[in-house]
Design a protein around this ligand. Structure first.
Ligand code: ADP
Ligand code: MG
Length: 256
């Protein structure tokens, strides 16, 4: 019993797949991330919400080292992210990112968009990359679009390709920064459905979104940010029925 107890407690820190400790960032005078502490466990889905300008995108970019931080540390699967170099490229591959603007390579086919990373960064053979990319494209429902160029696809389809492209790198965690904000309303659900499926399959996800339906359905935790701070960190049930802070109450009341 005792040995098992020790084992369990010693495993707890390693449990966090994404770990931010006392992270601070400024843009000049603007203190944009204030002492951020956030632990995301393997398989957990954390939805980040909050008013525009509260630091949600900066948080996502910091996790992937697309932004530097002033102090604190960020670890992915127990490894701190170095500021630069080969090791950074390798660790960055553990984090898949999907942005509001899909950022597909306009002059490459859908299939090439998905195979490029595995071939260039991971040294996967073209045959193997093609096979895996086709399976991923099928999974997100755009297999038949593989030979086309991005501009020939709808926004919803392009965003699903962007998700397949991120998954092709076999990331340990997926970050989504407002993945449906640039989409026409009728295309939002086809992207959210892919994300909900991914969550069900056990992917660790951090999702910045204004889609409260997704938060209620798929989130294990809701993190509410305001003015660069994490103001609330609760289950969706707790957050939506009983928000603690006046800022969260105010934010939620404006959504109705
Ligand atoms: P959110 O995603 O929650 O809307 P952001 O992380 O994009 O918030 O921005 C947080 C704050 O940082 C905002 O006030 C924004 O204007 C500012 N900001 C974001 N990026 C930059 C930058 N590159 N340079 C200066 N200020 C920035
Ligand atoms: Mg943003």
């Amino acid at each position: 019993m005792f040995a098992r107890f020790i084992l369990m407690t010693t495993q707890l820190p390693g449990d966090a797949l994404v770990s931010l400790n006392a992270v601070n960032k400024h843009y000049g005078q603007l203190h944009v991330l204030k002492d951020i502490n956030l632990q995301v466990r393997k398989g957990e889905v954390v939805v980040v919400i909050g008013p525009s300008g509260s630091g949600k995108s900066t948080l996502c970019r910091a996790i992937n080292r697309l932004e530097t931080i002033d102090d604190g540390d960020i670890a992915i699967d127990g490894k701190q992210l170095p500021a630069e170099g080969k090791e950074l490229a390798r660790l960055r591959a553990d984090v898949g990112m999907v942005f509001q603007s899909f950022n597909l390579f306009a002059h490459k086919t859908i299939l090439e968009n998905v195979t490029l990373g595995p071939i260039k960064v991971k040294g996967v053979s073209k045959a193997e990359a093609d096979k895996e990319a086709m399976a991923l494209l099928e999974r997100v429902g755009v297999g038949h679009q593989a030979p086309k160029l991005p501009a020939q696809l709808s926004g919803g389809q392009q965003q699903r390709v962007a998700i397949a492209r991120a998954l092709a790198m076999k990331p340990k965690v997926m970050l989504f920064d407002e993945p449906t904000s640039a989409l026409d309303p009728e295309m939002i659900n086809e992207v959210l459905d892919v994300m909900i499926q991914l969550a069900k399959e056990g992917m660790t996800m951090i999702v910045v979104t204004h889609e409260m339906g997704f938060a209620r359905k798929a989130a294990d935790r809701v993190v509410f940010m305001a003015d660069g701070q994490i103001v609330e960190d609760a289950t969706p049930e707790e957050f939506f029925t009983n928000p603690q802070s006046s800022r969260a109450k105010d934010f939620l009341s404006k959504l109705l």
